[in-house]
Design a protein around this ligand. Structure first.
Ligand SMILES: Nc1ncnc2c1ncn2[C@@H]1O[C@H](COP(=O)(O)OP(=O)(O)OP(=O)(O)O)[C@@H](O)[C@H]1O
Ligand SMILES: [Mg+2]
Length: 242
């Protein structure tokens, strides 16, 4: 008899291989078009206040945060906007695999070194105007690293150099990292896979984000059935969840 419940192991595919960049491989597909719609909707959600930093999170793991944030980043860069995608999911990082860049240095280096050496840490990607900051060496204490004045300073510094900084972060319900980062950025987007997440956990996520006064811009419905949207991904955003 085990004293402790064995933790269910999560799928490792996107950590090993990165996520699919359909906006890059099939830019004329319906799915890529859906990602462009998501981008446009996010832009319109923040018309009064310039959006310089955005967090993408979800209630639980494996709900499409990394896929959606990376693809939306590509569509934004396609418009000629200088975008930085930051892998702030220090628990299940994917960005270095997705964009095939080294992960020796990354966000954790910047947060633990005396000065910000952006030049040697931020990487170019094959997409014009799109840069990435990989996670770097996975630390034992991600929440403590993120919940610092240094992180505030880093966000300030990054938004000086880039038009838009997108953060891929862990799920809201499991750990506090998303709440910490959501409280520091201009806007937060909740990725909700249709039919997979229970309504209760979406409401709980919203509650947790509101506690830290995150500005929730809206939700993106992921894994929406083709017959409902005309596409595989649903770029549905910011109505009743607001
Ligand atoms: N709309 C979709 N349709 C089909 N598969 C999808 C879709 N969105 C994501 N996936 C798949 O689901 C898995 C998880 O996606 P992804 O890594 O983007 O989620 P995540 O929320 O970032 O996960 P993690 O909790 O590990 O950070 C991946 O294998 C990805 O290819
Ligand atoms: Mg992820």
């Amino acid at each position: 008899m085990g004293l402790f419940k064995k933790e269910k192991s999560l799928d490792q595919a996107s950590m090993k291989e990165g996520v699919g960049l359909i906006t890059l491989t099939e830019p004329t597909s319906v799915i890529a078009e859906q990602f462009r719609t998501v981008r446009t909707n996010i832009q319109f959600s923040s018309i009064d206040q310039k959006l310089r930093s955005v967090v993408f999170t979800s209630a639980g793991p494996l709900q499409g945060k990394s896929t959606v944030s990376a693809n939306v980043a590509v569509t934004w860069a396609d418009q000629g906007v200088d975008v930085l995608l930051v892998d702030a999911d220090m628990r299940r990082p994917t960005v270095h695999q997705t964009f095939q860049v080294p992960n020796k240095r990354g966000l954790t280096s910047l947060l633990t070194e005396e000065t910000f050496d952006l030049t040697n840490t931020i990487q170019k990607t094959p997409v014009d105007h799109l840069f990435v900051l990989p996670c770097g060496v996975v630390p034992p204490n991600p929440s403590e690293l993120l919940n610092t004045k240094k992180m505030d300073k880093l966000i300030q510094e990054l938004t000086k150099h880039f038009d838009l900084v997108i953060f891929d972060v862990p799920p809201v319900i499991s750990v506090t990292d998303a709440q910490i980062l959501a409280s520091k950025v201009d806007g937060t987007i909740l990725v909700v896979p249709q039919g997979i997440v229970e309504k209760g956990s979406v409401a709980k996520s919203k509650e947790l984000l509101e506690v830290v006064h995150a500005r929730i811009l809206g939700t993106i419905m992921n894994r929406v059935k083709a017959e409902n949207t005309g596409g595989y991904y649903g770029g549905y955003y910011g109505t009743e969840d607001k």
